[in-house]
Design a protein around this ligand. Structure first.
Ligand SMILES: [Zn+2]
Length: 175
């Protein structure tokens, strides 16, 4: 697989389970037979992480910096349903996640089969086969938990981000 990159695991993440050399994010669901479903989310863990201000990758409390990984289309609304990350967990995710790192051109065209207690990511069906979007890391000192279209979300509306860093930004091919 050309899109699989196995970056070194940062020290604070070395206690976390791995699959194929990659850290398994805390919000990644696990099937009854022990497989991890990368790209899907455990809705209960996602909720707990958002409400308790825990990191979505390592499941530990956030400290004085929180990073939201945002798609271009999320930026105007200043919120995302995905939990915030520690800066080092965000850096690791940028390197290891083929979608966020910009190494996939499109989202997967079929959704993985989930156990009964799992749900696909809230916008999975909308993202199905959609062209991959640029991602941004939004650095914050904190966020508010809001309800967005019936889902909990981390919002920074009314707050000034410390910075918004493009992770992937591709110019249209006509340029
Ligand atoms: Zn973390």
């Amino acid at each position: 697989m050309t899109d699989l990159i196995v970056p070194p695991i940062p020290l604070p993440l070395q206690h976390i389970p791995t699959a194929g050399g990659l850290v398994v994010p805390w919000i990644t669901p696990r099937t009854a037979d022990g497989r991890y479903l990368f790209g899907s989310v455990d809705r209960d863990r996602m909720r707990r992480a958002l409400l308790n201000r825990w990191c979505g990758v390592c499941g530990q409390p956030l400290e004085d910096r929180a990073v939201l990984m945002m798609r271009l289309s999320d930026l105007p609304r200043q919120c995302t349903s995905e939990p915030a990350l520690h800066p080092w967990c965000a850096a690791y995710t940028s390197e290891s996640c083929p979608m966020i790192g910009g190494r996939l051109d499109r989202y997967r065209s079929s959704l993985p089969r989930l156990d009964a207690n799992m749900l696909p990511a809230p916008d999975a069906s909308a993202r199905q086969s959609a062209a991959a979007e640029p991602w941004f890391a939004v650095w914050l000192v904190g966020y508010r938990v809001i309800t967005d279209h019936g889902n909990l979300a981390a919002s920074y509306s009314g707050m000034k981000p410390l910075r918004i860093r493009p992770i992937t930004w591709r110019l249209p091919s006509i340029l």
